[in-house]
Design a protein around this ligand. Structure first.
Ligand code: NGQ
Ligand code: ZN
Length: 453
């Protein structure tokens, strides 16, 4: 058994000064003892947090970060961004996908995320035909996670249509498309790959109410009666309008009328949920997967988070388009969006509570539920996923306990994450992933070729 001594740790029971963890061969915490640092045990200085789940990623989009920020001739929107993204996706081969995913996962670890939910829809070869192994690109994502050491819940996407009412897919979507039989074959290979990795998990992801008919959704959920189910829903006003036109109901209403929403479900964005839809999601115990930096980048609009959290609605965060991978920036954007909307400060925290702590705890629990992770936190039975903040930095001067979290999220604390452990293994040291140089060099070659062309 390995041991680590943490000078200061955020545990489920609150902040503790001086705890020694025993870590079993399975990478899980076997004991937590409050004591002063024992001789001969590796010591983590600073403040140690549990690793956060990143519940929503499209890893390949990391490769186009910063390339869609030039104003076009017509009005730029989510939909013009999507055309750009479709062109980028058309150029990637399996090695490229794996190289970019590994870079994204390195950056996630450096940011303090220890598990990623990969909402993976790039399945087919460039001509739209399945690869010889239909799970080829699913496997590549598990391989990228394995190389970087982070956990992954692989969420292969079922995608069949370009719009409501079962509209035929367009050419830009050819690499995503499946029928239910094809998807079942793909999912078999994908789940085998995920389960062969010690930190792998598996769920399914109907892409959106646009891309899946109600009948397909019902059958899909019937085929996979267990594990997480993620779906993009109600992100754009046009999507709500098109749904109302086709079905006379809003997207989350339509979803709830089609399947039984419960704690398996993670509704990504849910930006334009109305009051009734928010109440239904909260009642179901489903997680709303917010991706604040991407939602700002894409001009999605504002989720009414104050109202949802007041109903004990469950939330988690995701890096989605991976345009900027930072857990602290994601949490800050989550709160700031609500401040813009409500014209209040500390909009998401109950009276007397720290906003940083409230959001961190909520996203640890919500992200863990959404990714099917089981026990979490610095506690017996949970994986030893640890994020060490370097509190020697001036950003943390005289900060104690929750003020450390608030200063990490809202303060001038760039590069505060010094070390990260996943399953008790150190993957980030001195703020850098231990494999960054090689993974970065490989990704650079890919990007120079793909974007330079
Ligand atoms: C995606 N991304 O699947 O990558 C989507 C865009 C779509 C976001 N929604 C494509 N942020 O929704 O049709
Ligand atoms: Zn997404």
């Amino acid at each position: 058994m390995d041991k680590l001594h943490l000078d200061k740790a955020l545990t489920p029971a609150g902040w503790r000064d001086g705890v020694t963890l025993t870590i079993g061969g399975d990478g899980r915490i076997a004991s937590v003892v409050q004591e002063s640092a024992p001789a001969g045990v590796a010591r983590l200085r600073g403040a140690t947090l549990p690793g956060l789940p990143n519940l929503h990623s499209h890893a390949f989009q990391r490769g186009m970060a910063g390339l869609t920020e030039v104003a076009g001739n017509s009005d730029d929107s989510f939909w013009t961004w999507r055309d750009w993204m479709y062109r980028f996706v058309g150029a990637l081969d399996p090695d490229d996908v794996e190289a970019i995913a590994a870079l994204a996962y390195v950056e996630m670890a450096e940011a303090g995320y220890t598990t990623v939910g990969e909402f993976h829809y790039l399945h087919n070869d460039r001509d739209g035909r399945p690869y010889a192994d239909p799970a080829e690109l699913s496997r590549r994502h598990v391989a990228a996670a394995g190389e970087t050491g982070i956990g992954i819940t692989l969420l292969p996407v079922f995608y069949a249509h370009s719009g409501f009412g079962g509209a035929a897919p367009n050419d830009g979507q050819r690499r995503f498309i499946n029928d239910l039989d094809g998807f079942a074959r793909l999912a078999e290979g994908a789940s085998a790959a995920a389960r062969a990795y010690a930190r792998g998990g598996f769920g399914i992801a109907p892409h959106s109410m646009r891309a899946v008919t109600r009948d397909e959704l019902t059958r899909l959920v019937g085929l996979f009666p267990e594990g997480p189910v993620h779906i993009h829903v109600s992100e754009q006003v046009k999507e709500v309008e098109d749904c109302l036109a086709a079905h006379g109901r809003r997207p989350i209403e339509l979803l709830g009328d089609t399947v039984a929403l419960d704690t398996r479900w993670c509704l990504i964005h849910a930006t334009h949920a109305d009051a009734g839809e928010r109440a239904a999601m909260a009642r179901a115990g489903a997680v709303v997967g917010l991706c604040p930096v991407t939602e700002a980048n894409l001009g999605d609009g504002l989720f009414e988070g104050v109202d949802f959290c007041a109903q004990a609605g469950r939330i988690g965060i995701g890096t989605d388009s991976n345009v900027a991978i930072s857990a602290s920036a994601e949490l800050a954007m989550l709160e700031y969006a609500q401040r813009f909307g409500s014209r209040r400060r500390n909009a998401l925290a109950p009276r007397g509570a720290s906003t940083g702590r409230t959001l961190f705890d909520a996203c640890l629990a919500g992200g863990g539920q959404a990714l099917g992770l089981g026990a979490q936190g610095i506690a017996v039975g949970a994986p030893a996923d640890l994020v060490v903040l370097d509190t020697d930095g001036i950003a943390f001067a005289a900060r104690k306990d929750d003020a450390i979290l608030d200063s990490w999220v809202f303060g001038p604390s760039r590069d505060a994450v010094r070390e990260v452990y996943v399953s008790g293994r150190r993957v980030v040291d001195g703020g850098r992933h231990v494999k960054r140089p090689a993974i970065e060099a490989r990704a650079r070659k890919v990007l120079e070729r793909v974007i330079g062309a």
